[in-house]
Design a protein around this ligand. Sequence first.
Ligand code: IMP
Length: 429
Amino acid sequence: MSFSIVVGSQWGDEGKGRVVDLLAEKADIVARYYGGDNAGHTVTVGERTFKLHLIPSGVIQPHTTSLLGNGMVINPSVLREEMGALKDAGVDVSPDRVKISFAAHLITPGHRALDKAREKARGDEKIGTTQRGIGPAYTTKVIRSGLRMEGMLSPPDFRVSVEKHIKAINIQLRDLYDMEPLNASRIADQYKAYAEELSPYVADVGSICDQALQAGKHLLAEGAQGTLLDLDHGTYPFVTSSTPTAPGALVGLGIGLGSVDKVIGVAKAFQTRVGEGPFPTEVFEDIAQRLRGTGEHFWDEFGTTTGRPRRVGWLDSVLLRYASRINGLSELVLTKLDILSGLDSLRICSAYKKDGEMVRELPFGPGDLSPYEPDYVDLPGWEEDIMGVRAWKNLPEQAKDYVAKVEELSGLPVRLISVGPERDQIIRR
Ligand code: IMP
């Protein structure tokens, strides 16, 4: 029996998709536990690049089963499109290999409309959400009026529930946000059709995980977003509405305590974030452009889901140590080390300064980072292109020193280093 959790240790977009694809070589089951199509996981295999929003990145490995956990919020229209694209690329997405928890919640056009309306109403205080309806869908879940996948097992009843749900949202759209109501009957018809198509995928994901673990199989849980976007432990209120941290894997899949073997944190060799919120090590101008890229490559720092340019900055080890504590990380995967090639000198934030004092650990989490200024360790860069390097010994000394510094400051071993988007552009240690 083995159960590993892959979790983002920054603000998402750490490259979890390509890491999960790689680790899935040895997994029987890959399961997503929280979030929805706000996530965008990119996996490159040879000539093909897959962009996944809902289905776990492990689906590309043909021997795996893919699970979508009860913690997820699923937009059935996006799911159908994603399944269609995978099918066209020859990936099997039949109910034999893709299963969705009966207790996962559904996102509707009502949730999306509310997300947009609320962001607009926030004005300058907007969160910068992906506008995929994530917050409103989790809100309806928490106030206990959500739509669950299990409803799809009876399409006519499901149709009635969807119509009622849209009518309720219309009241909010009209009265609170002065917006046009949605066509409840048309949406209900559409969701009935989705129910007829997707009901074969409805399953008891928790029970499947339990049976697999009892049978000695290898389960890999794939986190979406990242630790600093966690509703409780992130940079609140600039967070998502779910639990991307490792403990979320247990709740979001329905697995009991005591079964976790390894928690693998994925961190970019620098730091990025999309949307609003604090970012102490953020950089601007030339260096920002250099780290972000121009957008000409799909791995440049532009959102997979929204296309928004990502904010970029130096690696922040205060936040990395925090992520290690909150998730109970056992090891790190460091991604995009290749992007640092050619920079004269590199920086890592080792601590914060506040009123002349050094702060190594955050006293009250990362909610308010405004009083802190980063204190940096400067390291020499390297000239060589490292995208072709596959062995640790062949990395330039400065690159090895950089990784060693990340290990020292995070207190975690770096087991894998990615030096490009391809499956084989990886250094194992
Ligand atoms: P929401 O999840 O759409 O409500 O967005 C809340 C915040 O989380 C915003 O700052 C988004 O940019 C950010 N966010 C949500 N999902 C992702 C992701 O997969 N990668 C990076 N940022 C994300």
